[in-house]
Design a protein around this ligand. Sequence first.
Ligand code: ATP
Length: 260
Amino acid sequence: MTEPLLRVEGLSKRFHGKDVVVDVDLSLTAGETLVVIGASGVGKTTLARLILCLVEPDAGAIHLDGIDLVGLRGAARRRHRRALQMVFQDSLAALNPRADVLRLLTDPLRVRLDIARSRRTALIHAVLDDVDLDPGLLGRPPHALSGGQRQRVALARALLADARLIIMDEPMAAQDAVRRLRLAALVKRLQAERNLSFLVITHDLETAAILADRVAVMASGRLVETGPAERILRQPASDAARHLLAARLRLPPAQTKGGD
Ligand SMILES: Nc1ncnc2c1ncn2[C@@H]1O[C@H](COP(=O)(O)OP(=O)(O)OP(=O)(O)O)[C@@H](O)[C@H]1O
């Protein structure tokens, strides 16, 4: 069997004596989207930050292409970790407010020794095309873009950094139905064209239904159920998944909220 792109084993983290991520195993193959779904506060963001090496685990391994990132330090870790990129929930806070789009897209290329300076402009324009952004936006700062455009700038940065796995935190929060479907189409196209993988974290069942190949349900720091999206969304086996589904059916969409 081929090695998955990402294989997480026994990942655990405590904060101030509280178990936040507990013995998590998960794997992701190239070209696949895994959605980790769970109510607010169950540890989804911490799991994402652990995988990105932004937080040191207390235990466990994070194999990327068969190499354990937890065992690497310094430049070696940074080099291997580059294949993992994050698109944050609030891309306005995550993007340098003083930089225009051109600068935001040039930054990830500065560290890429495989790209000659003379090729940067052509590459940026190719990626703008990939994510459906108008080159006319290159001179604008992040606050002069719409939320959807900022999200696509963040995605373009991840692509220019040579990401193979993109982690997205609540990518469809506060988006209308049309924007959700556009984002889903973009994710599917990037998967198909670049064999990219996505790890999406959300409390929102609709995001899971639209994006997921597989779903992992998180409750109290543990993954309690993992399987094909269709099966879990139709016939959940865990209480946590059943609660998410029941809450969704009880409330109109505007009030739907993952409680603790
Ligand atoms: N750096 C930290 N120090 C202390 N506690 C933390 C830290 N980061 C997270 N926590 C705690 O860990 C728990 C899980 O938080 P986390 O943000 O991972 O959950 P989540 O499922 O992503 O929630 P949400 O959907 O609301 O963002 C919370 O109780 C939070 O207060």
